[in-house]
Ligand binder design. Structure first.
Ligand SMILES: [Zn+2]
Length: 581
């Protein structure tokens, strides 16, 4: 018994020491994990990847309600917001002008998070009854709306938005001043404003924002008025006449410095403002980091087609999200940690700008098509590198985009729609398409796709059709293996031998034995550039490899020294050269 009495405090001390050590080391470990992840966000993923969003979570909307939402088409929103900053509360009035697409539209379903309080719902100025179903308002029209009838729904509401997804609604502080910002992608606009939160129903928008007078409120489109309310507050009135998906409507509010550049439209007729808004402590750094924006606008307008929102603006505003940046239409939100003053994250400046064409002007039809946003914006980064630094830099950039493993397919990345498969392999799909079609047809594809679908939505099949129309080729093999079905890549192995061609002075016949060894698909079909190095120079040919085992014979001048497949890295692959026969 005595022994135990002595042992007990000793055991307690040992126990406490172990616990203390575990907690400390766990904390240290976790802090490394955090830093590593943050490093990855910026270095590798580079844009939004803060949280994995299940693609089915995006489409978990009640199918009955979704089909009844398809019975009206929203034409424009007029949003009027003020805030109780202390309570982190939004107070809003939203007017939604729509057209009825049915004679039997008895209830209008509008998305709004269930925790928000609806004070009144009016139809064409008359109070109507409504009830709540989950994250919807069901407004009772009593069957009064007829086919093609235009109608206004006005909702007065308030509440403390639940911050969902990446960072759908936040009120924070920067430099001791309040900062309010939103990031609704993919389907969290409804956490802070009532809307038909479906990205295929784009609408024009007016956004009217009342804030304490020392703050600036930034949003989509043009600033048409600022009024001083003589009560310590100011009201900023923004308006966009371009169709905008709900997830691209943005609030960026803070104590901002503002400065402006000018972009001249390609036809020389429009001087478009390029506006920058930064938390004051970041202004000098941002002036350096964002200095090439107008040059980028010129380059991409020239390559793809005129900047889509040329009658309004392009802008960037710092915001408080630590995961990256977000391509809000006409006004990208840039994470404050991405402003470093040494241009380190210029690829993200490019990325968000390219989204104005792909993502914003051309919006995906479903979230399965998200690579049409992210793959394109990521390949835009590569094109800017090529434009400013040359071909070798492009080659190295694409090597960096090649993770040795990608989860799932580009079309179905097994739940991770904002992960490397969509961003990086997506960019590789475009790079390979360019390798298949050549530069000139590739550019024609990009321009036609943009021109045909701007201000609308497009899906992967529509993009494929444009590729096929322009090239005149059936590209099923390409889209199946790289986007819809293939989860891997070709794993080539090859060997070669040569012999002198009889009755010639300097001709040698090379026999190349090429195999594919991957498991995910029996065969990847791709044109392959094959470089023959001889003692008199180099020669490159292109062959179409479409079998698991293929022999290629080719005669070259000079004694063959080496054979290299895909020297310029146009194919996502693994490759192994075996001992020569
Ligand atoms: Zn992006």
């Amino acid at each position: 018994m005595n022994n135990l009495k002595i042992l007990f405090p000793v055991l307690m001390i040992v126990f406490l020491a172990i616990t203390f050590w575990s907690v400390i080391s766990l904390k240290v470990m976790l802090s490394f994990v955090d830093k590593d992840q943050i490093y990855k966000y910026y270095q590798i993923i580079s844009a939004k990847y803060y949280e994995n969003i299940e693609s089915d979570q995006v489409s978990d909307t009640n199918p009955g309600i979704l089909s009844s939402q398809s019975l009206y088409d929203v034409k424009s929103y007029k949003l009027d917001f003020s805030f109780d900053i202390q309570q982190k509360k939004i107070i809003g009035t939203v007017n939604m002008n729509s057209e009825s697409l049915s004679d039997t539209l008895s209830f209008i379903y509008i998305d709004l998070a269930g925790n928000m309080n609806v004070n009144s719902v009016k139809l064409n100025g008359m109070e109507i009854s409504h009830f709540r179903v989950d994250d919807y308002i069901a407004a009772d029209t009593k069957g009064k709306l007829k086919l093609n009838e235009s109608f206004d729904i006005r909702i007065v509401y308030e509440g403390i938005p639940e911050n969902k997804g990446f960072d759908s609604f936040s009120i924070k502080k920067f430099d001791d001043e309040p900062a309010i910002y939103t990031l609704s992608e993919p389907n969290h606009a409804k956490t802070w404003w009532p809307c038909k939160d479906v990205m295929t129903d784009k609408a024009d928008a007016e956004i009217i924002i009342t804030v304490p007078e020392k703050l600036t409120a930034v949003s989509n489109g043009l600033l048409i008025n600022v009024s001083d309310n003589k009560n310590g507050s100011k009201t900023f009135h923004w308006k966009t006449s371009y169709p905008t998906a709900t997830y691209l409507v943005s609030l960026a509010i803070g104590k901002y410095d503002k400065w402006t550049d000018t972009y001249t439209s390609m036809d020389g007729k429009i001087q478009m403002p390029v506006e920058y808004y930064t938390y004051p402590y970041l202004t000098e750094k941002a002036k350096y980091d964002w200095k090439n924006t107008v040059e980028m606008l010129k380059f991409f307008s020239d390559y793809i087609g005129e900047y889509p929102f040329i009658n309004e603006k392009y802008g960037m505003a710092t915001f408080g999200w630590v995961g990256g940046a977000m391509e809000h239409q006409t006004i990208s939100s840039m994470g404050y940690t991405l402003v470093t003053g040494n241009g380190k994250y210029e690829d993200i400046v490019v990325h968000e700008l390219v989204h104005q064409w792909f993502g914003d002007a051309v919006t995906p039809a479903t979230w399965k098509d998200i690579w049409l946003n992210e793959g394109f914006a990521s390949y835009g980064e590569a094109m800017w590198v090529e434009h400013t630094k040359g071909k070798e830099a492009l080659k190295n950039f694409m090597k960096k985009n090649d993770y040795s493993f990608f989860m799932g397919t580009v079309y179905d990345p097994e739940g991770f729609i904002f992960g490397p498969t969509v961003y990086k392999k997506g960019s590789w799909c475009l790079h390979m398409l360019r390798g298949v079609t050549g530069d000139s047809l590739f550019r024609q594809i990009i321009r036609t796709y943009y021109d045909e679908y701007k201000y609308k939505n497009a899906d992967t099949y529509q993009f494929q059709k444009i590729c096929e129309d322009i090239t005149g080729n059936d590209l099923n093999y390409f889209f199946n293996q790289w986007i819809f079905t293939g989860t891997g890549r070709p794993e080539y192995s090859y060997s070669w031998k040569y012999e002198k061609v009889q009755a010639s002075d300097d001709l040698y016949k090379v026999d190349l034995f090429l195999k594919q060894n991957q498991d995910d698909l029996e065969v990847y079909s791709m044109p392959l550039r094959i470089l023959f190095k001889t003692n008199t120079g180099d020669e490159e040919i292109t062959v179409f490899n479409d079998s698991r085992s293929q022999q290629i014979s080719h005669s070259v001048k000079g004694i063959p020294l080496d054979v290299i497949i895909d020297n310029d890295n146009w194919v996502l692959k693994k490759i192994k050269k075996e001992e020569n026969n």
